[in-house]
Design a protein around this ligand. Structure first.
Ligand code: GLU
Length: 468
């Protein structure tokens, strides 16, 4: 049997981080079993549907490297097939037309509420004589749900879950306008797509009992279910916009690597001992449904940053210099020259050990790519007072005399000037130097940075700072 999984997002405009994890688990499970991973867009809500929303999901999946087999399937386009199944179920005696008016339904709802019942439809058309059907009401089709006993799902994550059938109603399969309900569409699609394993959020567990009724009524094999606990925010509530960024696109824009997102989402709900770093090839090898945790996982940005930093440090300096280009350009309006590119690569070892994401890395690398005149932060400006200017003037005079402008020599000179003019206080010279060279008060080792900038650029920047 070929394992077939699927990811079935509703296009809401972006890929939620929880959806991304669901997609990842389905993808990994398919890969682990040499199976197929399919994509179905649940686009039946036409009021909310936009092409862009579908594209956004596909783009995010592509970015994460979660490629699907074959064409993505549109649920909406299959509505006629769903409808046919509803009609087949009527013919089989497993479903029936219900002609209740909205007023009747309202009365039933009231009655059930007063009696404290969970379901309200009283099944009045289940065994009614069709010849009594009113002519002026377009019927819906309802499933004949089992009345006694209970329905059991053997879930790979949740274990055995049981619901008493008196909790389930004769739910609607086909609306009076002929459109299928979600409950019906999902089952028909999963069956037609030969889906063998359904891995999805546990917010769908309640639907599963109802969906099983349709499988049973059609005599179809039930897929294997794995309902994964939802992701929560730090306050223990379901992760939502209130908690900050929930779309994968936002993490891409913030400069997180897809490798890190995948690794983080994998570990968020699935484990292999204490191993924190599990790259995708290893994840494919190890992934199993049995190791999915039963408890809700808490989204922890610090952990994601940690993992992201790990994957950034795995990359070559050249790769990182390329990866930060769009951030330099879009966020900082800097298009590095080939020479600036070289400087960034030379400084990368230090830069990459400090940054949490590509956005940070770009902003910390930016000083290598700017040229005079550039703005100074307020703190940097205050360091470039008379005393600071005196320090950098003195430094420049000494730098000019160096035959080899390297970090070690630069440091020696800073120490010499500090001893001669500032009672040995190195900060009194190094800080203004940093301000002059970077326009800020934060940077990697300024001696090393100065070496990378080279004497000509250092001269330009110091002279410009003195003019301030
Ligand atoms: N479209 C549903 C959702 O986005 C998923 C349905 C399913 O996985 O069965 O939550």
């Amino acid at each position: 049997m070929t394992v077939v999984t699927r990811f079935a997002p509703s296009p809401t405009g972006f890929l939620h981080i929880g959806g991304a994890r669901t997609a990842l688990y389905n993808w990994l499970f398919a890969k682990h079993n040499n199976g197929k991973f399919l994509l179905r867009i649940e686009d039946t809500d036409r009021k909310r549907y936009t092409k862009e929303a579908v594209e956004a999901i596909k783009e995010s999946l592509n970015w994460m490297g979660l490629d699907w087999d074959g064409e993505a399937i549109s649920q909406f386009e299959r509505a006629n097939i769903h409808k046919e199944i509803a009609e087949q179920l009527v013919k089989k005696g497993k479903a029936y037309y219900c002609y209740c008016s909205p007023e009747e339904l309202e009365q039933m709802r009231e009655k059930a509420k007063n009696e404290g019942k969970r379901t309200f439809y009283d099944r009045r058309w289940r065994d009614a004589d069709p010849s009594t059907a009113p002519k002026d009401i377009k019927p819906v089709i309802r499933i004949k749900a089992p009345i006694d006993g209970s329905t059991i799902i053997e879930d790979k994550v949740q274990g055995r879950v049981e619901v008493k059938n008196n909790q389930l109603d004769d739910f609607i399969l086909l609306r009076s306008d002929g459109s299928p309900t979600y409950m019906l569409s999902v089952v028909v699609d999963d069956h037609d797509m030969n889906v063998t394993h359904i891995i999805r959020g546990d917010d769908h567990l309640n639907n599963t009992f109802r969906q099983k009724i349709i499988y049973d009524a059609m005599g179809w094999n039930l897929p294997v279910y794995a309902h994964i606990p939802l992701i929560h925010g730090s306050d223990g509530k379901k992760l939502s916009k209130r908690h900050g960024a929930v779309g994968t696109q936002t993490y891409k824009d913030l400069g997180y690597l897809p490798e890190a997102i995948n690794n983080y989402l994998l570990r968020l709900g699935w484990g292999h001992g204490d191993e924190e770093i599990i790259p995708m090839d290893k994840a494919i090898e190890l992934f199993s449904l049995e190791a999915i945790g039963k408890a809700a996982a808490c989204f922890d940005i610090a952990k994601l940053e940690h993992i992201n930093s790990y994957y950034m440090n795995q990359k070559s300096n050249e790769e990182l210099a390329k990866l930060i280009e769009p951030f330099l350009e879009n966020d900082l309006n800097i298009k590095p020259s080939p020479q600036a590119q070289e400087r960034i690569i030379s400084g990368m070892n230090e830069l990459k050990s400090r940054a949490k994401n590509l956005k940070d890395l770009a902003s910390e690398s930016a000083f290598y790519a700017i040229s005079v005149p550039f703005p100074y932060t307020e703190k940097a400006k205050s360091l470039l007072n008379d005393e600071g200017k005196m320090a950098i003037t003195e430094l420049l005079t000494n730098f000019e005399k160096l035959s080899d402008f390297n970090a070690k020599e630069i440091e020696q000179i800073c120490k010499k000037v500090a001893n001669e003019k500032f009672n040995g206080k190195l900060g009194k010279v190094a800080m203004p130097l940093r301000a002059a060279l970077t326009g800020t008060t934060i940077s990697p080792s300024i001696f090393h940075a100065a070496e990378i900038l080279g004497i000509e650029e250092v001269r330009n920047r110091i002279q410009e700072a003195i003019k301030q």
